[in-house]
Design a binder for this molecule. Structure first.
Ligand SMILES: Nc1ncnc2c1ncn2[C@@H]1O[C@H](COP(=O)(O)OP(=O)(O)OP(=O)(O)O)[C@@H](O)[C@H]1O
Length: 284
């Protein structure tokens, strides 16, 4: 049974997507449509192909076969930065932050793509650490000082506002590496939000979290979906999270979709229990 709300506008279509690595079909004829505002879970045993689905959506890999359409645009084969521009952001299984930078600097770096590069570089040099290759900085700063100052102010205000909205204002000037794990995850999600996505892909956001952090994360994901008008696709092994917040769940095994439905339907599906939930569900 499908649980897709057909009154919602289609946002992402994976149309017979296949990703082959040599003789291995990591993703095999994957077809699914995600509609605006949905919160969808992607689950399955280790090696089922879940992260590869994220990698083809975000342009890390070009699918061997099939087509990916986002918001009416065929994005198959586009570069990752082009896909980010169109409104897809992601987080990774292992947290990826600039550990020596503050929370604010981390968000500013993520906003980088919104501005033309010279502007973004200059703002980063001032609010973050100077990088190599910024010799043009002083020249451009003199030439475009007024526009730059305006843009800088806007960018910093925007970053601060985002940090407040995700509840990290108390640690805005702390180094990312000094934050507790749950806050590092939030910061990673905030960095994804800084690119102003329509769709966010979260790869195992609850990995390594304690039960309290996991509870907070579940609320956080529901809250940001509402506050930022997001569509969310989530890979997660923690069944409490998946069953607790997803409206629809897609189950993969050996690269293929083996089931799709509401949390209740998935929990009672014999194919899913056999391939996956039998093991995972016992631990919930
Ligand atoms: N770049 C690559 N080259 C070769 N094989 C790959 C590559 N990326 C993934 N694979 C293989 O594709 C299969 C699917 O991997 P993938 O990481 O997508 O699974 P997953 O469902 O995300 O697993 P997990 O839950 O453990 O993260 C695995 O067998 C993996 O070894």
């Amino acid at each position: 049974m499908t649980v897709t709300d057909l009154s919602k506008k289609p946002l992402l279509l994976l149309d017979h997507v296949t990703m082959q690595f040599g003789g291995l079909l990591a993703v095999d004829d994957f077809t699914n449509e995600i509609r605006e505002g949905e919160l969808v879970g992607l689950i399955g045993p280790n090696g089922a192909g879940k992260t590869t689905v994220f990698n083809v959506i975000t342009g890390i890999y070009t699918p061997t076969k099939g087509r990916i359409v986002f918001n009416g645009i065929d994005i198959t084969g586009l570069r990752p930065y082009q896909i980010t521009h169109l409104g897809i952001a992601r987080t990774f299984q292992n947290i990826r932050l600039f550990s020596d930078m503050t929370v604010l600097e981390n968000v500013l770096v993520a906003q980088h793509h919104v501005l033309s590069n010279p502007d973004a570089d200059r703002i980063l040099v001032k609010h973050g650490k100077p990088k190599k290759g910024h010799g043009r900085f002083w020249f451009w700063r003199a030439v475009t000082k007024i526009g730059y100052l305006k843009k800088e102010k806007e960018m910093v205000e925007k970053a601060k506002d985002l940090i407040k909205r995700v509840g990290l204002e108390k640690v805005m000037y702390e180094k990312a590496s000094s934050l507790p794990y749950g806050e590092q995850r939030k910061l990673e999600i905030a960095r994804a939000l800084a690119t102003e996505p329509k769709l966010i892909l979260l790869d195992e956001p609850a990995a390594g979290m304690n039960p309290k952090e996991t509870e907070d994360l579940m609320e956080f994901i529901k809250q940001i979906r509402k506050d930022f008008n997001l569509t969310v696709l989530l890979i997660e092994h923690d069944m409490k999270v998946v069953m607790g917040i997803c409206e629809r769940i897609i189950v993969m095994d050996y690269g293929r979709i083996i089931a799709e439905g509401t949390p209740k339907e998935i929990q009672n599906d014999p194919r899913v229990i056999e391939a996956y939930l039998g093991r995972e569900w016992e631990s919930v």
